[in-house]
Design a binder for this molecule. Structure first.
Ligand code: FNR
Length: 183
């Protein structure tokens, strides 16, 4: 059988490495996974006052997550944590109380950075949220992708061979994880 994966991208930047990496994963994913790359442009700030008549962008985001069998986060690191836009998306998707769009889904975390540490801080701050959201996160392999600035060619193709191989290994492991969790 095949599974839909919402790939939530933690950067709004047009040329974001996080977006390029997400698009590379679409190509590397086995046939059993259908990846839906979800960017967060236009997702308004969570405000509990609006919950009675939630904004259309919240409703659409929640539905897109709910429609997926699994959630894969691909995020940069901002100040050793996750970008505010990603935290906002988690907050929006988690509500209203008891109706979280994320609840019980298998998940994965890929952090990335041009730097050497590969977004370790963002990766683990995100995992703290995912524990509360009851997302069963793939534990191995971990994906702290450092040195990402030279990973893509002019057309945005993932050409850095070692990273390409690792991403193949990661997405194959993720596919197996999702299949195991869904059976
Ligand atoms: C950064 N950057 C960064 N990098 C890192 O490895 N650790 C960090 O804590 C931070 N902090 C940080 C804060 C802010 C506000 C910005 C704008 C940037 C650098 C970051 O990794 C780089 O800009 C990436 O290119 C951002 O990811 P995308 O947009 O390419 O996916």
């Amino acid at each position: 059988s095949s599974y839909t994966v919402a790939v939530v991208v933690g950067s709004l930047r047009k040329e974001a490495y996080s977006l390029r990496l997400s698009e590379a994963l679409v190509k590397l994913a086995p046939d059993t996974l259908k990846l839906d790359v979800v960017t967060l442009h236009g997702l308004s700030f969570y405000n509990q006052d609006l919950e009675a008549t939630p904004p259309a962008d919240w409703v659409a985001f929640r539905q897109r997550i709910k429609a997926a069998d699994a959630v894969l986060f691909v995020t940069p690191e901002y100040n050793r944590s996750i970008p505010g836009v990603l935290k906002n998306a988690i907050d929006v998707g988690s509500r209203p109380y008891g109706k979280s769009a994320f609840d019980g889904k298998p998940g994965g975390v890929i952090s990335n950075s041009p730097g050497a540490i590969g977004g370790f801080g963002a990766n683990h701050h995100l995992r703290q949220c995912l524990t509360f959201l009851n997302i069963a996160v793939l534990q191995q392999p971990e994906a702290y992708v450092g040195g990402i600035a030279d990973a893509f060619d002019d057309k945005g193709e993932l050409t850095k061979a070692p990273l390409r191989e690792f991403m193949q290994k990661y997405i194959d492991a993720f596919a197996a994880w999702v299949a195991q969790q869904k059976k």
